[in-house]
Design a protein around this ligand. Structure first.
Ligand SMILES: [Fe+2]
Length: 166
């Protein structure tokens, strides 16, 4: 049986209601991975997009506010170190590769967080990673990629921290 967007949203909602994200993040990652392993899910939900607008909200929960998003980049896309403000996020790699760097906040000057690199790894299709509130990371995508990303709340409405590399 193919896994559908509705089922993914329902499974995530159930976990968030029963456990919350701090206890339930592994389970959310499990269901994101289940979607990534399903080629029909990827085909139906992570469709080609134009480069001006790579992110699409596939589902936004009216009660809890979490979002299931698709990101499709047709060319190189490099992000600088960032957090997601007051939101957590789960990143799932559907196609292509992302070189991800994680950063540690060393100190804060006024409202700027100064960070240094702590970890680097490559995310391949099927890989899923949870980033908690405040976790600083930066993705490098050299080739086209397709991603499934769960946002704790719609990041359109979330203010990010100011972050600078040490
Ligand atoms: Fe991010």
């Amino acid at each position: 049986m193919p896994y559908s967007l509705d089922e993914l949203a329902k499974d995530i909602k159930g976990i968030l209601k029963d456990h919350g994200i701090q206890e339930g993040s592994d389970k959310v990652c499990y269901y994101v991975q289940k979607a990534l392993m399903d080629q029909s899910f990827i085909h139906n939900n992570l469709k080609d997009r134009d480069d001006q607008n790579p992110r699409e909200i596939l589902y936004e929960d009216p009660e809890l506010g979490f979002c299931v998003c698709g990101h499709v980049y047709n060319q190189e896309a490099n992000g600088s170190p960032h957090d997601h403000g007051s939101s957590w996020a789960v990143y799932g790699q559907a196609a292509g590769e992302t070189e991800m760097t994680e950063w540690e906040i060393v100190k804060q000057e006024n409202d700027i967080k100064l960070v240094k690199e702590i970890k680097k790894y490559v995310m391949k299709p099927g890989d899923v990673k949870f980033y908690n509130v405040g976790d600083v990371h930066s993705p490098i995508r050299k080739e086209p990629v397709r991603l499934l990303r769960i946002e704790g709340k719609n990041l359109d409405n979330v203010e990010r921290s100011k972050i600078k590399e040490l």
